[in-house]
Design a binder for this molecule. Structure first.
Ligand SMILES: [Zn+2]
Length: 708
């Protein structure tokens, strides 16, 4: 569900003469292909020389800004910085796309080499005293320079980003910070590659009907495809979430459920060369030290100071409020499942690998439908259409397939996005299927951010991990998969609809606890009967989902919500706990992540039958780069906003109400980081919401909040 754009954010843009060489497609001018890299001709060995050229070009541009003899002006400093580093941006965006969505050993090796270099490069810029002096002067004189609101905001963002990166520190502190940042970059890369290696190394072959017991056809087909991809006959369970979760939901073989479950939760925790525990311990210690160098008591305070939440206290208050009710709800579900086990004559205690299996049974009983009943109506193609249709109704967007645009894999689909008048807004890339060369999870990223300064339209990518159907058959999604598709497409719209002048504040360049608002808000439309009636069509017959099944599906929205909330909040809480640890002094024993995990889960009263959605040794959101470190709470923080924002539509009686949609586009989807998040939200809704709206949405009755 992550946004997880891990590319360090460059103050982007254009050298006058783009470096050109016919020998290296990465360094070619890509204007002929609309700014899209010629992926069909790029090989891993092109990246090292391209990076070298791009880094040197950017250094020269920065030197020119620093060497400028005229006093600092918005044009000779901020605009110059905003236009610098365009080649580096292009190279890095293409590289990160490939490293995440279609990687190989050669790319992984380059990633290990390049990550610390990039970190060093940006650190040198951010701690350049002469450069910061120019920005500081502009910040102090902003009111006298005749800047418009957007320009003022950009100056302010530069000032904040440079200060937070250590621009104001003395030389000794800067030197230490540089070491820390470089080391963190190397560790983050290693963390992510270790998880990938554990996922690639695992497959559980299944033989005979006995081992396939309980599995519906759609899962069997997927497991067959997984086996084929690994060069095996028969069926194989692999460790992507879209394989593991349905397997745990349906496999009647308790012993096999346990095996798969253990494989999944032990990623990064298997000992040996791919174990992540020492890496995590070092990262946590280095982040704490970094925060202290910058004047904060711990990393969480550092991180949240530049977020909408502002303080860890504000986050904990929200998490506590929801936790109490979610836990009670999950425990009630647990008891119901235990009763079901007894009723069936089972003489065992419900374990974590049983949860999804008995939840499915309980769902069939309580809600009277089966995941298997729903699935034929949720084909990938219809769900993509549904996401596009919603964007059309809300924002007047149109999507036209562009099969001729080069992509990085034959499965990738490309659309031209245009507005109601037909003028081009950007390109949208959908890379939907799981494969061995792809990191797990789902994310949005940009090959190019929107900006008016250099006149660039956005090139936006969604990457998902849906299990691909055999050739000739439509790919069918679970409702969760469909929700993921809408979620990532909401992020994509945030990139596509961006309408700002300066790249620094373009699209998703906003606080992490605000960036999930456009994505999570978009999920609401998927759950509307109006949309399901139109797009939940049977993949074979084209018939709409029977109305009573549709009503039962909508009514079951909050089924098992206690579990989902508990597995999520446990992650958010431990992330915050981990990053609230004070700095470890030299000689201190390093953190033992597993002890930390066990102790803190016990402290919050984690039910024995539920594990964290992401155990710490594979918690990529917070360790594969710093994306969501001390920021995993963001999904819930944004959910308070999205629940309230969708209510704005419901209150009008029209889920596509044009006036509300126009305000939403203007204040949120098009506005990037133009305003502080709270101000942007108030511009849309007139006020800020409170947690009650989230409790209602999740089906946890909002009682007296003071009582929790
Ligand atoms: Zn997201």
């Amino acid at each position: 569900m992550a946004h997880m754009d891990q590319t360090p954010k460059a103050p982007a843009k254009a050298p006058e003469t783009p470096p050109f060489t016919s020998a290296n497609p990465v360094l070619e001018d890509w204007t002929a292909s609309g700014g899209v890299a010629p992926f069909d001709r790029i090989a891993p060995e092109h990246f090292a020389p391209a990076y070298a050229r791009a880094l040197a070009a950017h250094e020269a541009e920065i030197a020119a800004v620093v060497g400028e003899e005229a006093p600092p002006s918005f044009a000779n400093t901020i605009v110059a910085l905003e236009l610098s580093g365009q080649l580096l941006d292009r190279v890095a965006n293409a590289f990160h796309l490939l490293a995440g969505a279609h990687t190989n050993d050669a790319l992984l090796e380059i990633e290990r080499e390049i990550a610390p270099q990039i970190a060093r490069h940006w650190n040198r810029i951010h701690t350049n005293a002469a450069l910061f002096r120019r920005i500081d002067i502009l910040m102090r004189e902003a009111d006298r320079l005749g800047l418009d609101a957007e320009q003022k905001r950009v100056v302010e963002r530069y000032h904040i980003d440079f200060r937070r990166a250590g621009a104001g520190l003395d030389e000794a502190a800067k030197k230490r910070l540089a070491e820390i940042i470089e080391r963190l970059a190397a560790l983050g890369t290693a963390f992510s590659q270790n998880v990938l290696a554990d996922e690639q190394a695992y497959s559980l072959p299944l033989e005979g009907e006995a081992e396939l017991a309980g599995l519906p056809d759609f899962i069997r087909e997927t497991l067959q495809a997984e086996a084929r991809e690994r060069g095996m006959d028969g069926y194989a369970v692999t460790l992507s979430r879209s394989i593991v979760e349905p397997f745990l939901q349906f496999s009647a073989r308790r012993d096999l459920r346990e095996k798969v479950f253990r494989g999944f939760i032990m990623r990064g925790d298997n000992g040996g060369p791919t174990d992540n525990k020492a890496i995590m311990a070092e990262m946590v210690r280095l982040r704490a030290e970094r925060a202290q160098l910058l004047g904060y008591p711990d990393f969480a305070h550092y991180r949240l100071d530049d977020a909408m939440a502002k303080t860890p206290g504000a986050v904990l208050e929200l998490l506590d409020t929801v936790w109490t009710r979610a836990r009670a709800s999950a425990l009630a579900d647990r008891d119901a499942m235990q009763a079901l086990i007894r009723e069936e004559g089972g003489n065992f205690k419900l374990e974590p690998w049983d949860w999804r299996y008995y939840t499915e049974k309980l769902r069939q009983r309580v809600c009277n439908f089966d995941e298997v009943d729903i699935k034929p109506y949720l084909s990938l193609d219809r769900m993509i259409e549904a996401a596009f249709y919603t964007a059309g109704r809300l924002f007047g967007l149109q999507f036209t397939p562009q099969p001729s645009v080069p992509a990085w894999h034959p499965d990738v689909r490309v659309w031209r996005v245009s507005d109601a008048a037909g003028s081009e807004i950007g390109l949208f890339f959908g890379d939907y299927f799981a494969r061995g060369s792809k990191r797990s999870g789902a994310w949005m990223t940009a090959l190019r951010d929107q900006q008016k300064l250099a006149g660039y339209t956005p090139l936006i990518v969604n990457v998902c991990n849906f299990a691909k159907a055999p050739a000739g058959e439509p790919t069918l999604l679970s409702f969760e998969d469909a929700r993921t598709l809408f979620h990532e497409f909401g992020h994509a719209l945030h990139g596509l609809l961006s309408s700002v002048t300066y790249p620094a504040i373009s699209g998703t360049n906003v606080a992490t606890d605000f960036v999930e608002l456009p994505s999570q808000l978009y999920e609401h439309w998927l759950q509307q009967p109006e949309l399901l009636r139109r797009f939940a069509l049977h993949s074979q017959t084209g018939a709409p989902m029977p109305e009573e099944l549709l009503q039962r599906l909508v009514a079951a929205r909050n089924f098992n919500k206690g579990f989902a909330t508990v597995e999520y909040i446990a992650c958010a809480a431990l992330d915050l706990d981990l990053h609230s640890l004070p700095q470890a002094k030299d000689g201190d024993r390093l953190l033992d992540p597993n002890t930390f995990e066990a102790q803190n889960l016990a402290r919050i009263g984690m039910p024995d039958e539920i594990v964290m959605r992401h155990r710490l040794p594979h918690f990529a959101h917070i360790f594969a780069g710093g994306g969501y470190a001390a920021g995993y709470y963001s999904y819930m923080w944004s959910e308070v906003l999205d629940a309230d924002a969708f209510a704005a539509f419901e209150e009008t009686g029209d889920i596509f109400d044009p006036t509300t949609a126009k305000r939403l586009r203007q204040s949120i989807y098009a506005a990037g980081g133009l305003q502080e998040p709270a101000d942007a939200y108030k511009a849309f809704r007139g006020r800020l919401p409170n947690a009650d709206v989230l409790l209602r949405k999740r089906g946890f009755v909002a009682q007296n909040r003071a009582a929790s």
